[in-house]
Design a protein around this ligand. Structure first.
Ligand code: ADP
Ligand code: 5GP
Length: 199
């Protein structure tokens, strides 16, 4: 069984982390790719769960060591995806879920063309603003910056040719869409062991 690489991107606050965590929890053996970042943890965030929080020197060393599949500056900090999660998923034929931005998702797609990219969309920018305020992790200036970035991110995902668009209006409905994508991928030609079936 080959690995399934599923990239979830969305404007910040749309709900991609909620969806990604739920997907990984529902699939025993699935891997959530924990990115590295140079930004400080937000209240409630845990080392090794939400991110690996590292300083600039460590991030530089990881770049030098070729440990990232991709890395990029986002909102003034650096974020990188470790190659380790992909290698582990390939070894086990597992599902690996990436919770990253469009530039990162597209960089992974260039190296792993079999990867699937899904863009999670808010029902509207007004609803996105409401969710960002409800999350209460960002100040007013940051929220305004994120709303501007949201428009750019969505247009970029369309230009980059993201394979799937999921509108996160109702969480359960959006999650069902995500499950449908994973399920369809499991039925892709070449996934079943035809040799064994025909012996
Ligand atoms: P992201 O990872 O895209 O930044 P989060 O998963 O942190 O977003 O979700 C942002 C906020 O929106 C959270 O408070 C989450 O509980 C809430 N949320 C997610 N999906 C929905 C939805 N369909 N309806 C209402 N609130 C939602
Ligand atoms: P936040 O600081 O809100 O958690 O994330 C800010 C942005 O960085 C989000 O758009 C998120 O998707 C993106 N991001 C998180 N991890 C990575 C990564 O490993 N690589 C890239 N390129 N972007 C990432």
């Amino acid at each position: 069984m080959s690995a399934t690489l599923l990239i979830l991107s969305a404007p910040s606050g749309t709900g991609k982390t909620t969806l990604a965590r739920r997907l990984v929890a529902a699939h025993p053996g699935a891997i959530f790719s924990v990115s590295y970042t140079t930004r400080a943890p937000r209240p409630g965030e845990r080392e090794g769960v939400d991110y690996h929080f590292v300083d600039d020197a460590r991030f530089d060393a990881m770049i030098q060591g070729g440990e990232f599949v991709e890395w990029a500056p986002v909102h003034g900090h650096r974020y990188g995806t470790p190659r380790a999660a992909i290698l582990e998923a390939q070894r086990r034929g597992a599902l690996v879920v990436f919770d990253i931005d469009v530039q990162g998702g597209s960089a992974i797609k260039r190296q792993y063309p079999e990867a699937l990219r899904a863009l999670v969309l808010p029902p509207s920018l007004a609803e996105l603003e409401r969710r960002l305020r409800a999350r209460s992790t960002d100040d007013d200036t940051t929220i305004r910056r994120r709303l501007h970035a949201a428009r750019v991110e969505v247009l970029l995902a369309r230009a980059e040719g993201y394979e799937y668009w999921i509108v996160n209006d109702d969480l359960d409905r959006a999650y069902a869409d995500l499950e449908a994508i994973v399920r369809a991928e499991g039925c892709r030609a070449g996934r079943a062991d035809l040799q064994k079936i025909l012996e």
